[in-house]
Design a protein around this ligand. Structure first.
Ligand SMILES: *[C@@H]1O[C@H](CO)[C@@H](O)[C@H](O)[C@H]1NC(C)=O
Ligand SMILES: *[C@@H]1O[C@H](CO)[C@@H](O)[C@H](O)[C@H]1NC(C)=O
Ligand SMILES: *[C@@H]1O[C@H](CO)[C@@H](O)[C@H](O)[C@H]1NC(C)=O
Ligand SMILES: *[C@@H]1O[C@H](CO)[C@@H](O)[C@H](O)[C@H]1NC(C)=O
Ligand SMILES: *[C@@H]1O[C@H](CO)[C@@H](O)[C@H](O)[C@H]1NC(C)=O
Ligand SMILES: *[C@@H]1O[C@H](CO)[C@@H](O)[C@H](O)[C@H]1NC(C)=O
Length: 555
C-alpha cells in the first residue's frame, strides 16, 4: 500500500507541476497542446523501477505520448471527481449526473488503457450515456465498484471483459436497455443479486428462475383453472357459444334466454298473465323465437315430466305445425321456445282480411295435412284446431300451435290478438278441449271459417248454439249464414254449401256416419282444384271477351 502511494506521489508531482498552469483551458486543448517533457521517459523509468506494477510498465511498446496524455486526463478527472488529494491518491472516478463531460472522458481510450491502479470505484450513473457498454472502463481491472445505472446503454454486455474484474464486489447496471441475456450462465455474475440488474434488460439467474417458477407454479395452474372455469361456465350457462357438436340442441339455459330477450326487457315482452310471460327473442344464430315462460314452482317430478314432454314436442316436424325449438327446465322458470311467426291467427285473418273462398280452402288443406302427420306419427299427442290457436305462417300456411301431452297443454300461441296486434290477451282454455275428437274440432273450424262467427262470444250456448244455428239455415237458407264478404259465385256457393254439409257431418256426434280424415281431405282438395279451374276459366273468359274470341271451356 505504502509503496504504490509513494510512487504515485512522485508521478503526480511531476505531472501537476507541468499542467497546473493550464487547468483553466479546456481538457481537449490541453491534450492537443502538450508534449511530454524531454525527461519524461526517465520519470516513467524510475517509477517502474520503484513499482513495476504500474500498468504502463508492462505495456509494450510504451507509447510515451499516450502515457503522458493519460496523466493529464487523470489529474483533470481526479479534480472533477472531487477526490480529496489528487496528488497522493485517486481512489474514485465520480462522474455521476455529468451528462456533458462523461462521454468526453469515456472517449479518451489512452486514459483507460493506462488506468491508474489507485482507482477502485467508478461511478458513471445518470449521465445520459447512449450506445453500447463503455468497454474501455473495464480495462481498470482492479476496480471494486462500478455503477452505470440510469443511462440509456443498449446492446450486449461484454461478458469476457467483465470476467477479468476479479475484485469487483459492487456492480450496478440497473435502468438501462441492454439486450436480454442469460448472464446467469457466467459464474462471474452470480455474485451479484437482482438489485444490480433492476430494469436493465438483463435477466439475472434467480430472477429468471423466479419468473419461470411463478409461471409454472402459479400462472399455469391459474390458467388451467380459468380455462376450465370458462369452459364450465360456457357449458353450464351459454352452450350456444360452443361448437354445435358440443351442446345439446334443444336445451336452453336461463342465460341464453336472457341474452335472447335483452335481459327479459319490457320491449320484448309480448304478453303477460298469471304465471305466464311470452317474450319475443333472437337467438345467437339470428333465429327469431317466441319464449314462453311459466313462473310457477313445480315439483321435481313434474319438472321431469315437463322435460320428457318437451323432448317429444321438439321432434314434431311438419310444415303445418309450429316448430318447438327447445325448452329450459329451470325449476322456477320453465320455458318453451318455439319459432316466431309474425302472422296473425285464423280468427283475425278471417275477420280482418275477409279472404276469398279459395284461400280458405287452401288453409283447410294445410290443416288436414297437419292432422294426417299427427295421426300417423304422434297419435298420443293431442292438438287444438280452434281458430284462435291456428297461426298463419309468412307464406300463408296454417300452423297448429297448441298441443297436449299427458294432462298438460302446450300452447304455442293461443292468444286473441286485436287487429293491430298491439294488445294481446289470453283466452281461457276450455278444460275438455282435447277430449273432443279431432274430426269434430275440424268440423267446427270448417263451419267457423265459412260463417265467420265466434261461437264463444256470439252464441249463448257456445259451440252447440252455433252448430244449431247453422243447422237451422241448412240447406235452404244458407246465404244468410255464410260470410257474405267472400262474394261467392253460384259455383263456389255450391262448394261452400258442400263444406257446410261436411262440417255438420263432422260435428254431428249422434249420427254414426262421421267422415274419415281421408274423405275430408279428398273433398276439400276436389273443391280447391275446381276453384282453380273456375279462376282460370273466369280469367280466360274475360281475356277472350276482350280479344273477341270464343272461350275454351275447361272442365
Ligand atoms: C530517454 O530518451 C532519450 C532520447 O529521447 C534517450 O537518450 C535516453 O536514453 C532515454 N532514457 C531512458 C531511461 O530510456
Ligand atoms: C478543480 O475543479 C473545480 C471545479 O470542480 C475548478 O473550479 C478548479 O479550477 C479545478 N482545479 C484544478 C487545479 O483544475
Ligand atoms: C440525474 O441527473 C439530473 C441532472 O442531470 C438530476 O436532476 C437528477 O436528479 C439525477 N437523477 C438521479 C437518480 O440521480
Ligand atoms: C485484486 O486485489 C488484490 C489485492 O488487493 C490484488 O493483488 C489483485 O491484483 C487485484 N486483482 C486485480 C485483477 O487487479
Ligand atoms: C443484494 O446485495 C447487496 C450487496 O451487494 C445487499 O446490500 C442487498 O441487500 C442484496 N439484496 C438482496 C435482495 O439480496
Ligand atoms: C442500483 O441502482 C438502483 C437505482 O439507483 C438502486 O435501486 C439499486 O439498489 C442499486 N443496486 C445496487 C446493488 O446498489
Amino acid at each position: 500500500m505504502d509503496s504504490w502511494a509513494a510512487t504515485l506521489a512522485i508521478f503526480f508531482i511531476t505531472v501537476s507541476v507541468l499542467v497546473s498552469a493550464l487547468f483553466s483551458a479546456t481538457l481537449v486543448e490541453d491534450l492537443n497542446n502538450l508534449r511530454p517533457p524531454p525527461d519524461f521517459n526517465t520519470t516513467i523509468f524510475n517509477n517502474c523501477l520503484n513499482n513495476p506494477s504500474h500498468r504502463y510498465c508492462n505495456s509494450s511498446p510504451m507509447d510515451l505520448n499516450d502515457i503522458f496524455k493519460s496523466t493529464i486526463v487523470a489529474s483533470h478527472l481526479c479534480n472533477e471527481s472531487k477526490n480529496p488529494n489528487c496528488v497522493e491518491s485517486f481512489p474514485k472516478i465520480d462522474l455521476r449526473s455529468h451528462p456533458k463531460i462523461t462521454p468526453l472522458y469515456l472517449s479518451f481510450n489512452f486514459f483507460w488503457k493506462y488506468c491508474p491502479l489507485s482507482i477502485l470505484s467508478i461511478d458513471l450513473s445518470n449521465s445520459s450515456l447512449k450506445g453500447s457498454f463503455p468497454s474501455d472502463v473495464l480495462l481498470c481491472t482492479q476496480i471494486q465498484a462500478l455503477d452505470v445505472s440510469h443511462n440509456h446503454l443498449s446492446g450486449d454486455i461484454p461478458l469476457l471483459n467483465f470476467s477479468h474484474l476479479s475484485n469487483l464486489t459492487h456492480l450496478n447496471l440497473s435502468y438501462n436497455h441492454f439486450s436480454e441475456m442469460k448472464i446467469s450462465d457466467t459464474n462471474f455474475f452470480q455474485r451479484f443479486n437482482s438489485s444490480s440488474f433492476i430494469r436493465s434488460g438483463l435477466l439475472p439467474s434467480h430472477q429468471n428462475y423466479n419468473i419461470k417458477t411463478i409461471i409454472l407454479l402459479v400462472g399455469f395452474p391459474l390458467f388451467v383453472v380459468l380455462m376450465v372455469g370458462c369452459l364450465g361456465w360456457l357449458c353450464f350457462a351459454r352452450p350456444d357459444f360452443l361448437p354445435g357438436a358440443l351442446h345439446r340442441n334443444h336445451k336452453f339455459t336461463t342465460w341464453m334466454l336472457k341474452a335472447a330477450t335483452d335481459g327479459f326487457s319490457k320491449k320484448n315482452l309480448v304478453m303477460k298473465s298469471d304465471g305466464v310471460c311470452i317474450y319475443k327473442g333472437v337467438l345467437r344464430d339470428g333465429t327469431k323465437v317466441k319464449i314462453e315462460i311459466y313462473r310457477d314452482n313445480v315439483s321435481r317430478e313434474n319438472l321431469h315430466k315437463f322435460v320428457e314432454e318437451c323432448k317429444i314436442l321438439v321432434q314434431m316436424r311438419h310444415k303445418n305445425l309450429v316448430r318447438v325449438l327447445g325448452w329450459c327446465n329451470n325449476r322456477g322458470m320453465r320455458s318453451l321456445v318455439t319459432e316466431w311467426t309474425d302472422g296473425e291467427n285464423i280468427e283475425f285473418w278471417i275477420a280482418g282480411s275477409a279472404p276469398p273462398w279459395k284461400q280458405r280452402l287452401k288453409i283447410l288443406i294445410g290443416v288436414v295435412e297437419g292432422m294426417f302427420y299427427m295421426q300417423e306419427h304422434w297419435p298420443q299427442v293431442g292438438y287444438d284446431l280452434s281458430t284462435c290457436s291456428l297461426l298463419l305462417s309468412d307464406n300463408l300456411q296454417p300452423l297448429i300451435s297448441r298441443f297436449k301431452i299427458g294432462d298438460r297443454n302446450y300452447t304455442a300461441n293461443c292468444k286473441s290478438t286485436f287487429m293491430n296486434r298491439s294488445y294481446i290477451m289470453v283466452e281461457v282454455i276450455p278444460a275438455n278441449l282435447f277430449d273432443i275428437s279431432d274430426i269434430y274440432k275440424f268440423g267446427l273450424l270448417l263451419l267457423e271459417m265459412i260463417a265467420n262467427r265466434r261461437p264463444g262470444e256470439e252464441f249463448e250456448r257456445g259451440e252447440t248454439g252455433f252448430i244449431e244455428y247453422i243447422r237451422m239455415h241448412y240447406p235452404g237458407n244458407l246465404r244468410k249464414a255464410v260470410d257474405e264478404r267472400m262474394k261467392l259465385t253460384e259455383k263456389t256457393f255450391d262448394q261452400a254449401k258442400l263444406g257446410i254439409g261436411l262440417g255438420l257431418m263432422c260435428t254431428d256426434q249422434k249420427a254414426g256416419k262421421i267422415p274419415s280424415l281421408d274423405e275430408i281431405y279428398h273433398m276439400i282438395c276436389r273443391a280447391y282444384r275446381s276453384c282453380q279451374v273456375f279462376t282460370s276459366e273466369n280469367h280466360k273468359r274475360s281475356h277472350d271477351a276482350g280479344q273477341g274470341h270464343k272461350g275454351i271451356q275447361l272442365r
